[in-house]
Design a protein around this ligand. Structure first.
Ligand code: URA
Length: 312
């Protein structure tokens, strides 16, 4: 084995053996450690298990990418030293890079670009029957996003998300959290109106949930919107959105009541996003006795975000 590969293997070992909490320690701690005795972990900000899981997954991906690079450099008989850490840009033993965050204007420009792509998308048959694509709307700098399954009749007619009866209830849920609609970003997994009878877009009561193919084809758009906004929290409205975003086939009942780590297929997140599933407002209109549980879900998000219920 070449020395460079041996050295790389040793660095991998070291990289893997560091605790995820260490990777999350602010750079100041690492620098201070060079000058003073080791900082106490108790002084570092507390990291919850979802954040630690996020870093662990980043590590796994980096290690697997780097391992492939080493294997291919070795198999290609690269000259000695070619497979060193710098040349294959490994994050070995380095703190997690602090990626530059975008300004609100830059995020908005990116969201506008994605919205234009959505409006001209012809990747699935829903494009043939939509009156308007519904990219989503809201604060490009939102800490919190609400994501539903797909546009209904009203949304299809106006090209805006959650503006029908379910949307009015969602507005009330947002207000009960002490927020305004403009504070958050509201979007859907599917961007065009899935219809039971696609020949009749003018019919009421013609909505259906997007199917697996429509979700698979469309999900790159919501993933890019999430990556652009970089929220801290997402509330998935209903089982379809929850299963797609949590990448879990369990029932909504089983997914509710706790935060999950968001998993995206097509883009890499810079920071962990916590996602909480709750009932879709349309389901709450049909079953008002579920509102108590939905409110308990929203209160979990409020507690994390430090939000107070507004005084009546
Ligand atoms: N239901 C959804 O899931 N999304 C909307 O935009 C409207 C209703």
């Amino acid at each position: 084995m070449k020395d460079s590969v041996r050295a790389l293997a040793a660095e991998f070992k070291q990289f893997l053996s560091t605790r995820e909490e260490d990777d999350l320690m602010p750079a100041a701690y690492t620098q201070a450690a060079a000058h003073v005795s080791a900082p106490s972990k108790a002084d570092a900000p507390a990291q919850d298990h979802l954040t630690i899981e996020f870093v662990r997954e980043k590590k796994k991906k980096a290690v697997s990418a780097a391992t492939s690079a080493v294997v291919s450099a070795t198999q290609n008989n690269a000259p000695a030293g070619a497979a060193n850490a710098q040349e294959i840009s490994l994050p070995i033993s380095q703190p997690m890079p602090q990626e530059k965050s975008m300004s609100a204007a830059e995020k908005q420009a990116l969201l506008d670009e994605i919205a234009e792509e959505i409006k001209s998308c012809k990747r699935c048959p829903l494009c043939k029957t939509r009156l308007n694509a519904v990219p989503g709307e809201g604060n490009p700098n939102a800490t919190l996003m609400f994501i539903g399954e797909g546009p209904g009749f009203d949304e299809d007619h106006q090209g805006r998300p959650f503006i029908g009866r379910a949307g009015q209830l969602l507005d009330k849920m947002i207000a009960a959290m002490g927020l305004k609609r403009e504070d958050v970003f509201i979007g859907n997994i599917a961007k065009c109106h899935p219809m039971v009878n696609p020949e009749n877009p003018e019919a009421h009561g013609n909505d259906r949930a997007p199917n697996a193919v429509e979700i698979a084809v469309c999900r790159k758009f919501i993933e890019r919107q999430i990556a652009a906004i970089s929220p801290k929290y997402i509330v998935a409205l209903g089982g379809v959105a929850a299963k797609a975003l949590i990448s879990d086939t369990k029932s909504l009942g089983a997914l509710r009541g706790k935060f999950h780590l968001l998993h995206l297929d097509s883009v890499e997140l810079k920071a962990p996003v916590k996602i909480l599933a709750t009932y879709h407002p349309a389901a709450l209109l049909r079953n008002p006795n579920w509102k108590k549980d939905a409110w308990a879900d929203l209160q979990m998000v409020m507690a994390e975000m430090g939000l107070q219920r507004p005084q009546a």
